[in-house]
Design a protein around this ligand. Structure first.
Ligand SMILES: [Zn+2]
Length: 244
């Protein structure tokens, strides 16, 4: 039991490390299939001993070995978070569901990071979640249910957005990436759970704006990405065993 948990924790940190690399390349527009990682600032190759999850970040005190520039904190946080979540999922769910949920949460973390830093939800982070969601629906013989929920939810969001006159331009409040995210969530959660998801995401987004206003003295009107809160709310629902 303990050995399994330690193994899953390490696996989670490696997944975190992979997602950091993917997110970093997406945010800085470096081709995904670049062979080796480089420092965002000085462009020098990162040595293999500086790529060990969690330990490398702590040993380097969160700075590049060569140029001393700061390595974004999400690199450490996502490795710890996924390490813990990989173990928790194993404790909460039947073993046969574990791999599906681990993949879903891993890419939800990628959406949190990339949308937070670049205000964009990349298709490459959505596809793995979508594929796994469809496979899970198929295993539960819920394919039609998944499709109908997804279409109703996405349709509803589009109609509401039209009524309150949101635009899907890049600069506006609700981006088209968010709509695609809802299309995927329709496969994962029921309509009722999706309502909860929107509530949790909106509420935490509001708290974030207030905290940013009072602590960081940023304007209320400053741009905020909604994707990280939606993806975060989805992780909360998964940890509350609202899936499968
Ligand atoms: Zn550097």
């Amino acid at each position: 039991m303990i050995t399994t948990n330690i193994f899953l924790f390490i696996l989670g940190t490696i997944a975190g490390s992979f997602i950091n690399m993917l997110s970093g390349r997406l945010i800085t527009s470096v081709p995904i299939l670049t062979a080796r990682s480089r420092c965002d600032n000085c462009q020098r190759l990162i040595r293999w001993q500086d790529l060990v999850p969690i330990f490398s970040y702590i040993r380097l005190k969160g700075r590049c070995r060569e140029c001393n520039s700061k390595i974004p904190i999400y690199n450490l946080l996502s490795e710890i978070f996924l390490g813990v979540v990989f173990v928790v999922l194993y404790l909460l769910y039947p073993a046969k569901l574990w791999i599906f949920l681990a993949i879903i949460v891993t890419f939800l973390v990628a959406i949190i990071i990339t949308d937070f830093y670049s205000y964009f939800i990349y298709d490459i982070t959505l596809w793995p979640i979508f594929i796994v969601a469809v496979i899970m629906s198929k295993l539960n013989n819920d394919l039609w249910f998944g499709l109908i929920t997804s279409v109703l939810l996405t349709g509803g969001i589009l109609i509401i957005a039209k009524i309150v006159n949101f635009s899907f331009e890049k600069e506006e409040s609700l981006g088209f990436g968010d709509v695609k995210l809802f299309f995927v969530f329709g496969w994962l959660f029921s309509l009722e759970e999706n309502m909860w998801l929107i509530l949790i995401a909106s509420f935490s987004g509001l708290i974030f704006i207030v905290v940013r206003y009072y602590w960081l003295k940023k304007s209320i009107r400053e741009k905020i990405a909604f994707g990280p809160f939606l993806a975060g709310a989805a992780i909360i629902l998964i940890l509350l065993q609202r899936i499968g």
